[in-house]
Write a protein that binds this ligand. Structure first.
Ligand code: 5GP
Length: 125
């Protein structure tokens, strides 16, 4: 059973430039933009341009070129935001919510890059 991609989801509309977003970084296969409702001083969403619902969909169906591009984009955005401890950044949290239990709102794969404050406990116990 394959994933059905909803072409009318908000991030698909952002990719088609039907609704505006604040781009942070863009490559051939990936886009990073600011979250409209930030949960931290830095809150950037990083998405592949391809039609993938979540990370396991992406990992199964994306090309090597897309996977490499996406991984490189995540790293670049972390470094551009000066969050990487290697450059004296104070660290970050990278999250990808998936499906019902992951409480995913938008059905297009996205990584949340959060930084600029202590993120506290990872999940409610
Ligand atoms: P999820 O709950 O699916 O992991 O996260 C969806 C994220 O998308 C939320 O953090 C929400 O604030 C963000 N978001 C929803 N609609 C828009 C929008 O139109 N533009 C931007 N930039 N972010 C959005």
């Amino acid at each position: 059973m394959g994933y059905q991609y909803d072409r009318e989801n908000i991030f698909a509309k952002i990719l088609r430039k039907e609704i505006p977003s604040e781009t942070v970084h863009e490559t051939k296969h990936s886009l990073a933009f600011k979250d409209i409702n930030p949960a931290a001083p830095t809150h950037i969403l990083i998405i592949p341009k391809g039609s993938y619902v979540n990370f396991d969909h992406f990992g199964s169906d994306a090309s090597e070129e897309e996977i490499i591009d996406f991984n490189q984009t995540v790293t670049t955005v972390i470094q551009q935001a000066k969050l990487d401890p290697n450059s004296n950044g104070e660290g970050y949290r990278l999250i990808t919510n998936t499906g019902l239990n992951g409480v995913q709102e938008v059905p297009h794969l996205h990584f949340h890059l959060l930084g600029g404050r202590n993120m506290g406990t990872m999940v409610v116990r």
